[in-house]
Design a binder for this molecule. Sequence first.
Ligand code: ATP
Length: 214
Amino acid sequence: MICLFGGTFDPIHLGHLHAAVAVCDALALDEVRMLLSARPGHRGATGATARQRWEMLVLACADDRRLAPDDTELRRAEGRGRPSYTVETLEDLRAGAPDERLVWVIGSDAYRDLETWHRWREVFALADLLVLRRPGAELRLAGALETETRQRRVERFTAPAGQVRVLEAPMLEVSASAVRESLAGGGTAAADLLPRAVYTYIYEHHLYGVIGDA
Ligand code: ATP
């Protein structure tokens, strides 16, 4: 099984790490690939560059061997010079592993927006989706996504693609936007929301509007 947890990770925070570990436990995985989105098509500019987000991701994953930072999309975007789409990443992986189970991990906030993704229906043909219930992002769905989800919902994955499982494990109420806001506001709350090495990196590189020392 290949399990991918994609994100902008701008910056990676404890909510992401907690979620990745919960996924490893729930699926009995040796590793989850923490896949950095180089320049997501549906999002605006990031606060840190792709290289900086990658360096923070590597630092954050260093203490847990189950968390494997993955720069596949970063390298592909550099090669193509255009935004990377999830469906393309999954197509590439699928081509190399036709029978392997692929699991794409996604928070409930992002899942609710799935219909805005490039070729979103094809994602189901390529991977199973594991949805995390983020606090404050109820899984209230409507329209085509609601129908697709209802038809595909399972308690346990049994097929290499096409199924949707909602993980009931509790998630932390942390978001990268709250972290950025706190940093820009000069508060110290972000210290409790980030791995220590990431917090230090942000101060060393004066990211997200921070000034002074950590
Ligand atoms: P932002 O606040 O800028 O939107 P974010 O905190 O949602 O950022 P992303 O890098 O966009 O971080 O998220 C990557 C993936 O991780 C998404 O699928 C998102 O739903 C999920 N995710 C983010 N934070 C959490 C969390 N605290 N618990 C569970 N999943 C999370």
